[in-house]
Design a protein around this ligand. Sequence first.
Ligand SMILES: *Cc1c(COP(=O)(O)O)cnc(C)c1O
Length: 388
Amino acid sequence: MSFQNPVFIPGPTNMPEAIRQACFMPTIDHRSPLFGKILHPCLSGVRKVLKSDSAHIFIFPSTGTGGWETTLTNTLNAGDKVLIARNGMFSHRWIDMCQRHGLDVQIVETRWGNGIPVDEYEAILKADTGHAIKAVLATHNETATGVKSDIAGVRRAMDAAGHPALLFVDGVSSIGSMDFRFDEWKVDVAVTGSQKGFMLPAGLAIVGFSDKARAAADSATLPRTFFDIRDMEKGYASNAYPYTPPVGLMNGLKLSLEMILDEGIDNVIARHTRIATGVRHAVDAWGLTLCANSPEVYSDSVSAIRTPEGFNATDIVARAAEKYGMAFGVGLGEVAGKVFRIGHLGSLTDAMMLSGLATAEMVMKDLGLDIKLGSGVAAAQEFYRHGS
Ligand SMILES: *Cc1c(COP(=O)(O)O)cnc(C)c1O
């Protein structure tokens, strides 16, 4: 593996040098106004990236998975019913967590490669006239399959059913890179982490709670200690944490948010769409297809690319690492060996992306796939030349 090459795994993502430097800072008193100068800009910056005016933001020393746990334990009671679609490895893991917390999980089994079946959610919610379902869970971007789901559609389904359930969205691989609208979609809890769109190392679980979800924390009875948002809220009021915060990472987050907001969140989203579209042109030129089943679910942060029947897609990842020192993502779960993934989120330019596509071509040709060198690169170049 080379430390020179960018990585093309869908998280952790490439870190801009300035962000690395910001994480690497002297010790300060983490119960002081100086810490407040890091904490409060992080909270307000995250709120802006979520496109929310009023979300309650909490940042835990954890990862996205801890964000899931924060969401469930602060809002629900053992035995509560939740609705969720299983369409990839990440929704699968969230389901597993719900079950381990003693929730009653209504799973909508969904083909890997498809998005959340919004119509089915609507029918289920309409049938739930007693409002047994307490929360609707949605994985915005299934990082395993490169599939984006329609969160506005999920909200419409809930509203059409007049259903009062909370809406929880896993935005770990979409927030800060793809269109996300906390207020407009009336999201109750949004979950993300530091190592994807925010271009940082893993180590922070970042969550946004609506007023309604925040209020639920006062009556929810699932056991929680480390992830209790009420303790966090008390700490924030005096520039502190209930325990020791990872100050360097948060200083990095502060800069990451400044960079995202300076570029403009909509420009960041457009850049991801442009880079992803170039990748999709390359995939077409290679004669390959995506795991994502239709254009409206194509993810702009990761592409899972199917390889021909009988070929082990994981070999691509292994050879890229060994021969060219470049990292791509393996297939996970049901699509292990069937797809390899190109992560294209975070700190990335067209030129960096072209280097990834060029390397993927060499690897595929080395392994005997029928790939013409330069074909995918040229298709992406043509697209990038013309901008958006
Ligand atoms: C990466 C990811 C997670 C898990 O996050 P960790 O930081 O590894 O705990 C959850 N959901 C999605 C969609 C992800 O991409």
